[in-house]
Design a protein around this ligand. Structure first.
Ligand code: 5RP
Length: 232
């Protein structure tokens, strides 16, 4: 069944596809909203739009290939014109939590490689303050328990009383990212100084990347269930 949120995601995806121009090298995000964009992009490609994409996950790679979108990689094309991705939460500054789809590492690399990053969302993900969505942190499997302890210690130092990082499971199985790592998810409720926290988390050996995307979004497309969208 198609939900109103699905309709909003599709509207955002269609609007983002209209931002693509001939010759562009695109970052292709992960998650259902990004996949709505990939589908809309594929329609434009079928109509003759000439672009190449770098996927942020194997799921997006498989989808793009199945729809006839040409792919490249960052070794061949280290600079991208436009990255389009989704988010789990977006605050009024455009800062985000990402990684609900386990692709945050490649998503951050690809967003940073792009001249411009456009984030697709629906109203439900716009929040006054980040943190209601559990913060994902990608960690190396080696020493993960020790890394988890250090992450919890850092968070306690930031005034979060009972941080309880949990390794992500799906259907009872440990989630392994496309880069072979594990994910911690941490419910923080309200993140106070996200920029500082993002930097400090990445100082911990064993932390590969965290899901705080600070000053990454250049523009945001908010899709609505009635099919309209707004570029902010
Ligand atoms: C994946 C992500 C996604 O962009 C995020 O989880 C949003 O997903 P969806 O569009 O399915 O709501 O960060 O790592």
């Amino acid at each position: 069944m198609t939900t109103t949120q699905d309709l909003a995601k599709q509207a955002a995806g269609r609007a983002a596809a209209q931002l693509c121009r001939d010759g562009m090298r695109l970052g292709l995000g992960s998650g259902s909203t990004s996949h709505a964009f990939v589908r809309a992009l594929a329609e434009r490609v079928a109509d003759g739009l000439d672009v190449v994409g770098v996927p942020t996950s194997t799921a997006t790679r498989d989808l793009a290939l199945s729809l006839g979108i040409r792919l490249t990689d960052l070794d061949t094309d280290p600079r991208l014109d436009l990255a389009v991705d989704g988010a789990d939460e977006l605050d009024p500054h455009g800062d985000m939590i990402k990684g609900g789809g386990a692709a945050l590492l490649r998503e951050k690399i690809i967003a940073r490689a792009a001249e411009r990053t456009v984030i697709l969302t629906d109203e439900s993900k716009l929040v006054p303050q980040l943190g209601r969505f559990p913060l994902p942190i990608e960690v190396l499997p080696f020493g993960w328990a020790s890394t988890t302890r250090l992450v919890a210690e850092l968070l306690r130092g930031h005034g979060y009383e009972f941080p309880d990082p949990a390794r992500r499971l799906k259907d009872g199985e440990l989630v392994v990212t496309d880069s072979g790592n594990h994910l911690l998810d941490i419910g923080l409720t309200a993140i106070r100084d996200a920029a500082t926290l993002a930097l400090e988390l990445n100082q911990i050996p064993g932390v590969v990347e965290n899901g705080l995307f600070i000053q990454v979004a250049d523009a945001v497309v908010v899709g609505r269930p009635d099919g309209s969208s707004e570029l902010r």
